[in-house]
Design a protein around this ligand. Structure first.
Ligand SMILES: [Fe+2]
Ligand SMILES: [Fe+2]
Length: 151
């Protein structure tokens, strides 16, 4: 498992979220490049931590959209995010101890993200979408706090 090819299937239809998902996919591909072309460990470690930071901000942003929209499965969705974050941080810890986990981590990211977007993220679209139509300044209001997601 290596390159993550973005497909229209992965578009959930909320522009701001689709952009963030694409960015995460770019990071995963960057990791794959760094890994497969034998870049130094520090370089791989740097890509991993940027990817993790960005993904965690994305999760927080998604959860805040869901909360605002009164999405009924927010708790379950957050739990899925938290479990994933925990798994990834275990990999990061192993990586820092010197283990060669980047390949395994790479394939976890591809598989997990693909399934999560298609199944779990797709599920909140209706609820969040109709809330966004009611208050179309939501994204603008959040830009300060989540500035890194809008670069
Ligand atoms: Fe997402
Ligand atoms: Fe999500």
């Amino acid at each position: 498992m290596g390159k993550f090819v973005w497909t229209a299937q992965l578009e959930i239809g909320i522009d701001v979220i689709d952009k963030q998902h694409r960015r995460i996919v770019e990071y995963i591909n960057q990791l794959d490049d760094a890994r497969s072309s034998g870049h130094p460990r520090e370089e791989i470690g740097r890509v991993v931590s940027e990817l993790v930071d960005y993904t965690l901000s994305h999760f927080a942003f998604e959860e805040s959209m869901q909360e605002e929209a009164g999405y009924p499965f927010l708790k379950a969705h957050k739990k899925v995010h938290d479990l994933f974050a925990q798994r990834v941080s275990e990999y990061q810890a192993r990586f820092l101890r010197g283990e060669d986990v980047s390949r395994e981590l790479n394939s976890l990211l591809v598989t997990w993200l693909f399934n999560h977007i298609k199944r779990d993220d797709a599920d909140y679209v209706e609820s969040v979408q109709s809330n966004l139509q009611r208050q179309n300044d939501f994204v603008e209001k959040k830009k300060g706090f989540f500035s890194r997601l809008f670069k």
